[in-house]
Design a protein around this ligand. Sequence first.
Ligand code: PXG
Length: 289
Amino acid sequence: MKIWLDGKLVEESEAKISVFDHGILYGDGVFEGIRFYNRRVFRLEEHIKRLFESARAIALKLPWSEEEVCQYTIDTVKANGLDDGYVRLVVTRGAGGLGLSPYLCETPSMFIIASTIKLYPQEHYDNGLSLITCATRRPAPGALMPQVKSLNYLNNVMAKIEAIQAGAVEGVMLNEQGYVAECTGDNIFLIKDGRLITPQVSDGALDGITRRVILELADQLGVPYEERSMTRYDIYTSDECFLTGTAAEVIPVKSLDQREIGDGKPGEVTLRFISAFRELAGSTGASID
Ligand code: PXG
């Protein structure tokens, strides 16, 4: 596997970063995950824009332009000879001394991995996955801005452990006010009386690119939607529920806290979104050829 690291495509065994990198020492950095389908990188410019915005929000100045990073992403996918897969870009504050001041770090580091990812077995896409409500809350937006895709995922990792230990597949995370924010690595959507509902970003959700695609598709499919605060009651009493994320794509949910959602099977509106998403993802995106 070839890894893009600070300007060069190197062998995986050569792709090493310093133990003094503040990405490791303090989780000081940002990342993106992008899918490619049929040799086209899906929503490439949008992901790179979000990467740059995440970096700006944490006062991390990148020495490359957005266009250059798009090109490096394409170069990495190409160098690995994959038609379909997942690209992971990681930008760290770079190597500096001990001490959390980012001003100790001179140059940010970036690496790009082009590989494959499978978050869930096919069975969950066919039958829906089970969720629990996690006790671990999303940090308040005033503590950690939910839009920033930072290298601080401990909060999500703790929530994921809870979900798995409870025998579920994913976990719903609430914000400090008790409203639903999102899942540990996916955004959440409900269908109630023919309307699509998803929490607002200000409730602690990542402004997911797949989430944005679903809202665009809602317009095309003529499904009215609302971005609003929701509680667990809204999920328990919804007709359908699904999750979205670059890695997960669009996946139906069959239960929350052992309460069956709808009739416990992937709903009809959900299936329409899944097929519209697949069609779009399989036919659009930045070509690597
Ligand atoms: N919420 C959170 C907390 C996420 O981390 C999403 C929502 C979905 O956003 P997108 O833009 O992908 O539609 C994410 C996505 C990985 C990895 O290992 C990344 C995510 C999730 C799971 C794994 O690269 N981020």
